[in-house]
Ligand binder design. Structure first.
Ligand SMILES: [Zn+2]
Length: 262
């Protein structure tokens, strides 16, 4: 599926667990999240069969955060096709040390559970927990090679989540900041840093984009994105259900949790 905007064409690739966005310009392509490691073949098939352009034409792969359905394919795409990776400067701290290594395995295990409950056939999930990005990103900088996109640091789900804003098209790629589950707009699992998450939603509400690209839920056109982000803030103050509590309990092992003082 694709949508034309004035400055690019947006291709939506349905991955194993999430939607991947391939932004096509006349002379290059930008990949917004690399999906699971098993999504590499989906990216290759889309490029070769639908698009008729080699995956090597992707000039940059952005990793919004380190979870398996976002970062899983990045390092392999780089080694296979020389596609550089851009991610938040602290991205590799998340799964570092012993605690990070344990968290990485738990996250892969939980992702396999989600895939199974969505009746997906078993596919490979394990990937390298450290990605060594070629470009380390900071809040408010523009993307390398694609200076029409602004990086926003939006911690809460993890400490290093970034999202991408295209001001000219009033378009926002929000990664996992909101998950559309059967038509309901829900918080991601887990929210490790609720106060930071609240600030992140405030930041997004101020932008009021007209199109939101979600990793879980596809493309959402809206006239009132601000109220959507503010309603997410409301959800933060509600008591967690048993699934939220369980995922939270299984998500506290990254050394970054201690660094933040939780
Ligand atoms: Zn995530």
């Amino acid at each position: 599926m694709k949508i034309s905007f004035s400055s690019f064409t947006l291709h939506i690739i349905e991955g194993y667990m999430s939607s991947l966005y391939l932004v096509e310009y006349d002379d290059s392509m930008l990949l917004l999240d690399s999906g699971c490691i098993n999504d590499i073949k989906r990216i290759e098939d889309y490029c070769n069969q639908v698009f008729n352009r080699p995956p090597g034409d992707i000039k940059l792969a952005v990793v919004s955060h380190m979870h398996p359905d976002h970062a899983g394919g990045a390092a392999t795409l780089r080694s296979k096709y020389d596609i550089p990776i851009a991610a938040h400067k602290d991205v590799d701290l998340w799964y570092s040390k012993l605690g990070g290594s344990l968290q990485h395995k738990l996250d892969c295990y939980m992702a396999m559970g989600v895939a199974r409950s969505n009746k997906r056939k078993w596919e490979r999930m394990l990937y390298k927990p450290i990605i060594n990005p070629d470009f380390l990103l900071n809040d408010l900088q523009s993307l390398p090679f694609f200076d029409d996109w602004t990086v926003l640091h939006t911690p809460g789900h993890t400490l290093h989540d970034i999202i991408l804003y295209h001001q000219q098209e009033s378009l926002l790629y929000i990664g996992d900041l909101i998950c559309d589950v059967k038509g309901k707009m829900l918080l991601p699992l887990p929210v490790m840093f609720p106060t930071l998450m609240e600030n992140s939603y405030n930041k997004l509400a101020a932008l009021n984009p007209s199109t939101i690209l979600m990793a879980h839920g596809g493309v959402k056109q809206t006239e009132n994105a601000s109220s959507l982000f503010l309603s997410m803030k409301e959800q933060l103050s509600q008591p967690p259900n048993s699934l939220m509590r369980r995922v939270y309990r299984l998500s506290g092992f990254s050394p970054e949790i201690k660094r933040q003082g939780i």
